[in-house]
Design a protein around this ligand. Sequence first.
Ligand SMILES: C[S@@+](CC[C@H](N)C(=O)[O-])C[C@H]1O[C@@H](n2cnc3c(N)ncnc32)[C@H](O)[C@@H]1O
Length: 274
Amino acid sequence: MAFSLSKVVPWGRSLAQYRGMFSLTDADLDRRILGCADGPASFNAEMMAMDKRVTSFDPLYQFSISEIRQRIDETADEIIRQTRLHSHTFCWSDEIPTPEALAENRLASMNRFLDDLDLGRSEGRYVVAELPSLPVEDGSYNLAVSSHLLFHYSEHLSEQFHLDSVRELTRVASEVRIFPLLELGGQLSRHLDAAIAMLASLGKSATVETVDYEFRRDADAAGSVIPLQPPSLTISDTSRTWKCPALGQRHVAPTLDVSLDSNCQRSRFACVSE
Ligand SMILES: C[S@@+](CC[C@H](N)C(=O)[O-])C[C@H]1O[C@@H](n2cnc3c(N)ncnc32)[C@H](O)[C@@H]1O
């Protein structure tokens, strides 16, 4: 099915937010980075301004600046309204204290992206492409990052799509980081175990790691909040099972190193090709 702009709810994040979501160090920023599903984030534009190179892949880039701007204008008010409605499910901070400040922050990132889009397209930094298949040679990148698509839309995107997409990302990059691991409803993705097991079957290692970035609390669409749990993660070295207090006992394939923060919303998934 053709990708439709009317299905996109544009909401782009900044370089600082990417650094938080993916624990990107200064050294990471000098790696050859692929951003998958970067959409209207200003990550690429801000990296370019620092003389660092990211190539972003997203079907959104087939549209013109005015088409994307129009879609942002059509959807922004509704997103802000929803954010106000569910404001108790967000972790507000000095940097972003209110839904209005959030909107301002996201719109600033998206404007920065739009200002960079034509130049970036001509330089090959914004590429029209769609998971589960990327037009990239094996191992072309040192690091692939992807936020707010895989695992987040688990209800809408099938397990097979997730397996194919995660496999594809590990084909094109030697390390892959994905955030968040929570579905829209706030629970750990139903596809995570299958993705980890698939990677293990390919001899690739995978970890679930805690990051500093935390903006949404565990929350479901109705706005209820699942209380944050005290740390009570258990890991058994022999059977390699782990237990998340919020989710109960879960199992992963042998030979994997798995750790999980008790506040699952702050975890990202990382996999390495070898
Ligand atoms: C919620 S946005 C996230 C944007 C950005 N990563 C961020 O966190 O600010 C999700 C993005 O996924 C893109 N997308 C949807 N389907 C995709 C696919 N099959 N492959 C790659 N990107 C896709 C959309 O166009 C949209 O830009």
